[in-house]
Write a protein that binds this ligand. Structure first.
Ligand code: PMP
Ligand code: GLN
Length: 392
């Protein structure tokens, strides 16, 4: 967690958003929408404040939200969890991930993630004192796919947790049934628990090669050994509200709840009823479907612009992000390029090596790659693309 100088490191998102603010460049770095979610949901939060939802909510989350999460898992995936014992509300998926890893892994345990991995995974595995192992996602004609042989080789007798993320940040991969089945089979074989980060569950994009989101917990035998994590931020475009949740079997959820108590105790009193409303309201559900369509269109706009500008692009199946290789433009170091990008193109991106282990095969393979977000208005994406053309 420390930089070379021993000073705690800022997350790459803080660093890149600060760079955008300082230079006035278009911020395609940190993934957050530049248009808020439905007004009805914002109004529900304001109403909750007016109605007095301003003191500590119950430890596991308000009953209405736990019930709405349980209904959501049942309606979308046929997963049945008891809202009282098997659903826990957290301060976003970030706290859910931290509390889960801290609860279930410690020194001597290995936590296996897919590389590249979302940055907070490495940090919380380090905080837990566990060892971080990885299995690579490799770029090919069908996008970044899980190397199944390398996955099998990454499991050891010490593998305690497999931390899966689908749809996957930063690659945009939606894991397919074969990949998920391989993870499930190996987890059972090695008696490992699975933690799955599904914050982009509703942001599966359409167009050629459309994928379908399959929660790991729906695979045979997996519900009993899987904790599923999601949150309201991405689904409803309220990333600042930080309402997340964990669902799974009672003993595992109870362990996570124990740790959560001492991280934040409780969180987001007025936002919890608003998110319960959002999960249940049919008009909001239609809004979410429309968001995925609109994101698909914006993905296409940014991918085409990046290709025109000379990048090699792997088209993502989901999330807010596309990975682009700057090597065809003559740039070999994504970190240096991202530092210079505001000056060269008026754009901020995130070097993909922010999501890799220094020196790993994936790190070497993705050295010249940059992650850009397309969850911005068309005119913002067009401005970014125009700037990126100057790199030629
Ligand atoms: N997991 C992934 C893969 C993410 O991209 C993010 C960023 N939003 C999070 C977790 C954190 O989610 P939250 O904002 O709900 O804490
Ligand atoms: N998940 C967002 C991203 O990957 C940002 C979240 C954060 O700032 N930690 O860009």
């Amino acid at each position: 967690l420390l930089g070379d100088d021993g000073v705690p490191r800022a997350t790459v998102f803080a660093e890149m958003s600060a760079l955008a603010a300082r230079t006035g460049a278009v911020n395609l770095g940190q993934g957050f929408p530049d248009v808020d979610g439905p007004a009805s949901v914002a109004r529900a939060a304001a109403d909750a404040i007016a109605a007095g939802a301003n003191q500590y909510p119950p430890g596991p989350g308000i009953p209405a939200l736990r019930e709405a999460v349980a209904e959501h898992q049942a309606a979308h995936y046929g997963l049945h969890w008891d809202p009282d014992r098997e659903v826990l509300v957290t301060a976003g998926a970030t706290e859910a991930l931290a509390a889960t890893v801290l609860a279930l892994a410690g020194p001597g345990d290995e936590v296996l993630t897919l590389e590249p991995f979302y940055d907070s995974y490495a940090a919380v595995i380090a905080l837990a004192g566990a060892t971080h192992t990885t299995a690579p996602l490799v770029a090919g004609p069908d996008g970044f796919r899980l190397d199944l042989d390398a996955l099998a080789a990454a499991f050891t007798p010490r593998t305690r947790l497999v931390l899966v993320n689908t749809p996957h940040n930063p690659t945009g991969t939606v894991l397919d049934r074969e990949e998920l089945a391989a993870i499930a089979r190996l987890a059972v074989e090695h008696d490992a628990l699975v933690v799955t980060d599904e914050v982009y569950e509703h942001l599966v994009l359409d167009g050629p090669g459309t994928a379908r989101h399959v929660p790991v917990a729906t695979l045979p035998g997996m519900a009993e050994r899987t904790l599923t994590i999601s949150s309201a931020g991405k689904t409803f475009s309220f990333t600042g509200w930080k309402i997340g949740w964990v669902t799974g079997p009672e003993p595992l959820v109870a362990a996570v709840r124990t740790v959560k108590q001492f991280l934040t105790y409780v969180n987001g009193a007025p936002f919890q009823p608003a998110v319960a409303f959002a999960l249940r309201d049919p008009d909001v559900a239609a809004w979410v479907v429309e968001l995925a369509h609109s994101l698909s269109r914006r993905r296409d706009l940014l991918c085409a612009g990046l290709e025109d500008a000379g990048f090699a692009v792997v088209r993502p199946q989901g999330t807010y992000f596309v990975l682009a290789d700057a090597a065809p433009l003559g740039y070999t170091d994504g970190v240096a390029l991202c530092r210079d990008l505001p000056g060269l193109a008026g754009v901020v991106g995130v070097p993909v090596t922010a999501f890799t282990h220094a020196g790993s095969d994936v790190d070497r393979a993705l050295r010249s790659w940059v992650r850009f977000t397309f969850v911005k208005r068309d005119e913002v994406l067009e401005q970014a693309v125009a700037g990126l053309h100057r790199l030629h």
